[in-house]
Design a protein around this ligand. Structure first.
Ligand code: NAP
Length: 334
């Protein structure tokens, strides 16, 4: 396993990170034994970066991850998040404090290494009682807003670093990114949509993440890639396996699971001409981008962790394969 600097945080994170989130679902619905085996095997293979959130199983992921990491007693980087619902909009500071305190209790830790804002960032305010879906740049950046509340928690030592999720309206995301208030961004990056780094032609119908990755790096931020397997779509089978059993976390703004599934056959040249396994190719593609510090993957099984670690040893994709991908991204796989 190789390790990379997480921006200017001083943290060194493994290229492969372990996402204890909704898609793979292992830390929400798996057995305690499978969770322990998975974390143990990941750590044996050199993974030192784990990511969770209160939202994942309403605290179950944090609790289960905390239990296994404390049982293994390993020195790893742990990140969690905070979600804001409309009822919290009048008191970001109170909400943030309560949320991180509850997360730390569930995780059994005194602090997390990174605390992320989980909500999408959009210009339009959500209606009251409309869930946690999005917050506006103004809600994040105004005095007394979310960034101030996260700073406070960091100043109080409950989180070492703060970050946000780079999804929503691209221009709203960039406004938050370019404010310089955050140290880390979680950004979508996959074979099906590399626009977090690569400039798409204006005619491309793909959701345009407007190079949020490169722009974050230009500001010395750490970049953590998410959706590297496009939520399992690039795992080589349309059917969910293991404890997954749900497709509920496909709600990244501008992306659609059915549409992504329909794009996969266009990648078949990677296996037929190049002899590559698609899931291997997805991981190698993400980590050949040196702007990414760590790629978080959801794992349903120990075998998937081993396969991902094996993929890393095979190096970047060939230039000839990348050359064939560019027109697919430009045309939106049509
Ligand atoms: N900040 C945010 O808002 C946000 C959003 C999304 C994700 N995340 C983070 O990123 C993590 C990853 O989630 P994701 O949504 O991005 O999912 P993902 O990693 O793109 O997809 C995970 C799925 O890929 C398949 N897979 C993983 N390794 C494989 C392998 N070696 N071979 C074949 N298939 C493999 C599994 O599918 P099956 O289960 O079907 O086998 C697994 O459930 C989350 O746990 C979370 O920590 C954060």
């Amino acid at each position: 396993m190789n390790y990379r600097q997480l921006g200017s945080t001083g943290l060194r994170v493994s290229e492969l990170g372990f996402g204890a989130g909704i898609v793979a679902g292992l830390f929400m619905r798996g057995t305690a034994e499978d969770q322990l085996r998975a974390a143990q095997r990941a750590i044996e293979l050199g993974v030192n970066h784990f990511d969770t959130a209160p939202l994942y199983g309403e605290g179950a992921s944090e609790e289960n991850l905390g239990r296994v990491l404390n049982a293994i007693s390993s020195n790893v980087v742990v990140a969690t998040k905070v979600e804001y619902y409309s009822e919290h909009f009048a008191d970001f500071q109170g909400r943030t404090r309560k949320s991180i305190e509850a997360s730390l209790r569930r995780l059994g830790r005194d602090y997390v290494d990174v605390l992320y804002l989980h909500n999408h960032i959009r210009f339009q305010e959500i209606e009251p009682n409309d869930g946690y879906e999005s917050v506006t740049p103004n809600q994040v950046l105004r005095p007394g807003g979310i960034a101030d509340a996260l700073d406070r928690v960091r100043d109080d030592g409950l989180a070492r670093h703060i970050g946000f999720t780079g999804t929503g309206d691209p221009a709203a995301v960039l406004e938050v990114l370019e404010s310089g208030r955050f140290e880390v961004v979680q950004a979508y990056y996959s074979l099906l949509n590399p626009s977090g780094r690569i400039e798409l032609p204006p005619s491309s119908p793909l959701h345009n993440f407007q190079q949020v990755i490169s722009r974050g790096v230009a500001q010395d931020m750490g970049v953590v890639a998410i959706r590297v397997m496009s939520g399992g779509v690039l795992g080589g089978t349309a059917a969910r396996q293991g404890p997954a059993g749900t497709t509920s976390s496909e709600a990244i703004h501008g992306l659609d699971r059915q549409q992504e599934l329909s794009q996969v056959p266009a990648l078949s040249f990677l296996s037929s001409d190049g002899g590559l396994d698609l899931s291997d190719a997805a991981i190698r593609f993400a980590l050949s981008n040196s702007e990414i510090s760590s790629a978080l993957l959801g794992f349903s099984t120990v075998e998937q962790i081993e396969a991902a670690a094996g993929a890393l040893t095979k190096g970047p994709l060939r230039e000839s394969d990348l050359d064939r991908l560019a027109p697919l991204w430009a045309s939106g796989f049509r």
